[in-house]
Design a protein around this ligand. Structure first.
Ligand code: AMP
Length: 188
């Protein structure tokens, strides 16, 4: 089973992905985690990405696609994967389809965790307060920019999957357990 978890920053994609990988024995592919690893290792890619991530902007499609291309062919993806935080632009979605075509695999479903914007802002402010040292991009100004970027660049991706009849939505304003239950209902 190959899934995409879709939603704005603060929607709880990471939390839900974690629940799903344990239940279905599939792997989580988070482009954000992969980039943070590159930043930590101070690779050239990491150094370039850091500047962009610190502003809450998007890393270039080329970089992201080349990372995904290498990751998705690894043996641990055979049983299925959850894409978390990718694709984030229409171009990434189109490139992903080309990659998957060549590998003769499919995205089965795209699950959108829908969160109302006011609640999202409250959540991200809370996250900013809680995790001052955890993530450099977890301060409220940057998170607000990330929401602007989400609306402008990432929302069109939803339409793309809707047209392919692959889009399902859950109410991300419910608590973690309820959201997880709703997702599992869709999957079964
Ligand atoms: P995340 O952990 O998914 O919230 O991602 C953290 C940051 O990494 C984002 O704000 C972007 O700067 C960058 N990033 C992660 N995934 C992507 C992507 N698919 N396309 C472009 N930039 C990304």
């Amino acid at each position: 089973m190959n899934l995409i978890l879709f939603g704005p920053p603060g929607a709880g994609k990471g939390t839900q992905a974690e629940i799903l990988i344990n239940k279905y024995n599939i792997v989580q592919i988070s482009t954000g985690d992969m980039l943070r690893e590159e930043v930590k290792l101070e690779t050239d890619l990491g150094k370039a990405a850091k500047i962009i991530m610190e502003k809450g902007n998007l890393v270039s499609d080329e970089i992201i696609i080349s990372m995904i291309e290498k990751r998705i062919i690894k043996p641990d993806c055979k049983n299925g994967f959850i894409l978390d935080g990718f694709p984030r632009t229409l171009q990434q979605a189109i490139d992903l389809d080309n990659i998957l075509d060549k590998l003769k695999i499919n995205i089965d479903m795209v699950i959108e965790i829908h969160v109302n914007e006011d609640i999202l802002l409250k959540r991200i402010n809370k996250r900013a307060l809680e995790s001052k040292t955890k993530r450099d991009d977890d301060n409220s100004e940057i998170l607000k920019n990330r929401i602007v970027v989400y609306k402008k660049d990432t929302m069109p991706v939803l339409e793309y999957y809707k047209n392919l009849n692959k889009l399902y939505s859950v109410d991300g304003m419910k608590n973690v357990e309820e959201v997880s239950k709703d997702i599992q209902n869709i999957l079964s």
